[in-house]
Design a protein around this ligand. Structure first.
Ligand code: ATP
Ligand code: MG
Length: 457
């Protein structure tokens, strides 16, 4: 078994060996290399203590000296070199109260979470696999090193890691490991929102975002995303749907590319549906106004999980418009681009397609054709550089002030009236047309009163 190491990782191992220390690449990089996946980073484990490591290399950063980690730098590239360690007693299912260094590689491997993450390698000794990591890679299972209940009690974040590795690799979770997750999922409440967020996003953008179903079955979403549990319990008894809200969400995630904003949008696009469910005399479910409720619920989720503002705003914008349908006419599409934003509009088309494909096949062809036609028109509009926002308008506030309009609110409403006209009639976007005195007075100043008359059809 041979792993091709990056030159700098090899240099580190060689330097340490020549100085008489043990050193191996370890953990995720060994797992990924065995799987033929490109490792994110190459971590190194050694019996040398930080002071020794620092003496051997020119440029190092004290990344986590107290945990035994020094980062060795080559240009901009850094390699984390960590002393063999055992973690002391864990407090609050979160962090060890202390770490102690050990002389034994095997002791260091024992503290690692899963068998597939507990392998080490160097060129002299080949692969060191004391816990059946290779076998579990072959069997495609996530299995704790040691007693699962104990390992999850030490650190509940491992529960999230288990499910996200299962999602990234398409693996199943070994039975005892799974049973321990189910038992200890409630302890996830002690894990910080930031760390939950990181693992959740990795799960969502993986090849198997549907692993969130297992997260639901094991009681994980109950703690980190209880809104999703409500969706799993909400049936959709109407012609457009074939699944519960939750199952529809899962299917829609499978229908969209693995992009963070898009997967989060699908996860949350219908998240407010349980709150607005109504059932009519015929027993048909309706979810009136669910777009707006979903935006509100999504905002709660984003704040709770401490997402950044930009992600939250973009996802919420897509959620807000995800169900808006209009005939595929040029003026409608320009108006929609204006409402949704030029950057988000093409994403919205992807969202609508993924959403449609996760519905029943009732009117599916028509729904998809409408999206296709809209996309085609969108592309023509962009290629022609039609005006779709105020900044594309050939006239600005300064021009209007020069024409004697009082600075202030009126400027905004005149520009808006002009934009509404130009969205319907792109040929009107010229200074001569828009600033023609009579038209300016009668049409735009007059029309400014009843701005935003977005007709939908
Ligand atoms: P990736 O980097 O692809 O997300 P990884 O397995 O490399 O996955 P890291 O967080 O980079 O994960 O951690 C590197 C190694 O450290 C892991 O492979 C594992 O051996 C160990 N490790 C990380 N987090 C934990 C944890 N919470 N409990 C026990 N061991 C852990
Ligand atoms: Mg890693």
């Amino acid at each position: 078994m041979r792993i091709i190491l990056p030159n700098n990782a090899k240099k580190i191992l060689d330097t340490m060996h020549q100085a008489g220390y043990e050193a191996y690449v370890v953990g995720g990089c060994v797992r990924d290399a065995m799987l033929g996946r490109e490792p994110g980073d190459w971590d190194i484990t050694t019996n040398a203590v930080p002071a020794d490591i620092k003496k051997l290399f020119g440029r190092t950063i004290d990344t986590g000296i107290e945990h035994g980690t020094v980062t060795v730098m080559f240009g901009k590239e850094g390699y984390e070199v960590t002393t063999y360690r055992v973690d002391g007693k864990y407090e609050d299912n979160r962090h060890p109260s202390e770490v102690t260094f050990t002389k034994s590689l095997v002791e260091d491997m024992k503290r690692r979470d899963f068998t597939i993450n507990a392998m080490a390698y160097n060129e002299e000794e080949g692969l060191i696999d004391k816990f059946g990591g290779i076998e579990d890679l072959e069997q495609k299972v996530i299995r704790c090193v040691g007693e699962p209940r104990e390992r999850f009690s030490e650190d509940a974040l491992r529960i999230m890691r288990a499910i996200r590795f299962a999602a990234q690799l398409g693996y199943s979770i070994e039975d005892e490991t799974k049973a321990a997750i189910k038992e200890l999922a409630p302890t996830l409440e002690k894990i910080s929102a930031e760390r939950i967020q990181v693992e959740l996003v990795k799960l969502l953008v993986s090849d198997h975002p549907d692993m969130i179903r297992l997260a639901y079955e094991l009681g994980i979403t109950k703690v980190i995303l209880p809104e999703f549990d409500e969706c799993m319990k909400t049936e959709q008894n109407n012609v457009h749907h074939a699944f519960s809200v939750g199952e529809h969400i899962i299917q829609s995630m499978l229908n969209i590319r693995p992009d963070k904003v898009l997967r989060l949008t699908m996860l949350l696009h219908d998240i407010g549906k349980p709150q607005v469910l109504s059932v009519d005399d015929k027993g048909t479910s309706h979810f009136y106004g669910h777009q707006i409720t979903s935006v509100e619920v999504a905002r709660d989720v984003f704040r709770r999980l401490k997402f950044d503002r930009k992600t939250m705003d973009q996802v919420c914008n897509l959620i807000r418009y995800h169900d808006e349908r209009f005939p595929a006419k040029e003026s409608n599409v320009r108006r929609a681009i204006n409402r949704v934003g030029a950057e988000d509009f093409p994403l919205l088309m992807e969202v609508r397609e993924a959403d449609t494909l996760a519905q029943s096949d009732y009117q599916r062809d028509d729904k998809l054709k409408l999206i296709e036609d809209t996309k085609k028109i969108y592309e023509e509009i962009i290629a022609r550089k039609d005006c779709v926002t105020l900044s594309d308008l050939k006239v600005n506030g300064k021009d209007l002030i020069e024409k004697g309009i009082t600075p202030g609110k009126q400027i905004g409403s005149v520009l808006n009236a002009m934009l509404m006209d130009v969205l319907d009639n792109p040929e009107h976007n010229s200074r001569e047309y828009l600033l023609e005195p009579e038209r300016l007075r009668d049409k735009y100043l007059g029309m400014g009163e009843k701005e935003d008359n977005c007709e939908k059809n």
